[in-house]
Design a protein around this ligand. Structure first.
Ligand code: UFG
Length: 340
């Protein structure tokens, strides 16, 4: 019998491409779809090299109901991992309509196609952003939820939709995974985060400073309520995150029900600690300046990852040094990303 077929949406993106490899390594068959709105077809070439087989891929937009129906009509799909979404916080404030339309209609289209084709196992990419400004650290899954920007609101609304869907029809099995701060890259250096234009997130920005593409990092505030005054986050290696998806799928396909789980390390690191760790891993210096706080940023955010360990048997194993070393290898091997 063929191994179960898993559909990945947004399949050539940062987290999805690593999950693709982790699923293959775990023995699943993978079908990927993407519209390349924020990724490159070159990822497929890299996945072929790394996975030793031609990736099964269809170019499609998750908001295109007819196209998604065709994908499901091809052969039975055991489960879907829905990654496809816009994800830039700042851009979401400037283009709220585009964010609500794409992120919500993508989810509706995928879930409706799943219903039509009797596929009811779904892993959903959520985010620690749904905790808003956390009242307690580390953050447990039962913490209060709120949104501080349209991007966060789309994740919160999506979670609500999925909760209602599951309540209405318990044959749905849904894993809602709240990612903390994904960084790092595949250890080969062949796939990684490939932001277009100026990176919004700190790790790709640091990498570009280290390689000389940017003069210095602006550290957004050093007067936060943290040990060194810079913001503290729970950075998690993308390969650990990818393995978390495999664990979640196993859980769903074993019929254990639905789950909402944090995917983080439980360890907070400050921006200054990250800069130092990156300098050590790369052997390059990372000049920085202290800049004003970025609107909407919070002092600290890190996970209580206990639930994922208890229920999924998963925990992150790669440390900050490994995250920096792998981010640097990826940057160094692909100085201009995948387009260059
Ligand atoms: N930072 C800088 N300089 C930069 C960029 C970031 O000092 O150029 C700082 C931020 O102030 C923050 C830390 O680095 O203290 C991390 O910032 P990121 O932008 O990398 O990540 P965020 O924690 O702000 O947001 C990320 C994702 C969101 C997600 C959130 C979940 O980008 O999509 O984690 O907690 F919602």
């Amino acid at each position: 019998m063929n191994p179960p077929l898993i559909l990945l949406t947004g399949a050539t993106g940062f987290i999805a491409s690593h999950t693709w490899l982790a699923l293959q390594a775990a023995g699943y068959r993978v079908l990927g779809i993407d519209n390349f709105s924020n990724s490159s077809p070159e990822v497929l070439t890299r996945l072929k090299t790394l996975g030793g087989m031609t990736p099964d891929f269809i170019r499609a937009d998750v908001c295109d109901a007819a196209a998604i129906d065709t994908v499901f009509a091809r052969e039975p799909i055991a489960a879907v991992v829905h990654f496809a979404a816009f994800k830039a916080v700042g851009e979401s404030a400037a283009k709220p309509l585009a964010y609500y339309a794409n992120n919500l209609s993508g989810l509706f289209t995928v879930c409706q196609a799943m219903e039509r084709h009797h596929c009811q196992a779904l892993v959903f990419s959520s985010s620690a952003t749904v905790y808003g400004k956390p009242e307690q650290l580390p953050i447990r899954e039962d913490a209060a939820l709120s949104a501080t920007n349209p991007y966060g609101a789309t994740k919160l609304m999506s979670e609500t939709v999925l909760r209602d869907l599951q309540a209405a029809d318990p044959s749905w099995a849904i894993a809602t995974l709240r990612y903390f701060n994904p960084v790092g890259a595949h250890e080969s250096g062949l796939i990684g985060e490939d932001p277009r234009g100026t990176p919004n997130n700190v790790m790709p920005f640091i990498s570009q400073v280290a390689i000389g593409k940017r003069a210095r990092l602006s550290i957004f505030g050093n007067d936060y309520d943290t040990a060194d005054g810079t913001g503290v986050r729970d950075y998690i290696h993308v390969s650990d995150l990818a393995e978390g998806h495999v664990a979640a799928l196993r859980y769903l396909l074993a019929g254990k029900g639905s789950i909402v789980a944090n995917l983080g390390t439980g360890q907070g690191s400050s921006v200054l600690e990250l800069v130092r760790a990156f300098e050590q891993a790369s052997g390059r210096s990372v000049p920085f300046e202290i800049a004003p706080r970025r609107p909407g940023d919070i002092d600290a955010c890190y996970a209580d990852p206990a639930r994922a360990h208890e229920l999924l048997g998963w925990r992150a194993t790669r440390d900050l040094q490994t995250m920096c070393a792998d981010s640097w290898r990826w940057q160094n091997l692909n100085p201009n990303g995948l387009a260059g």
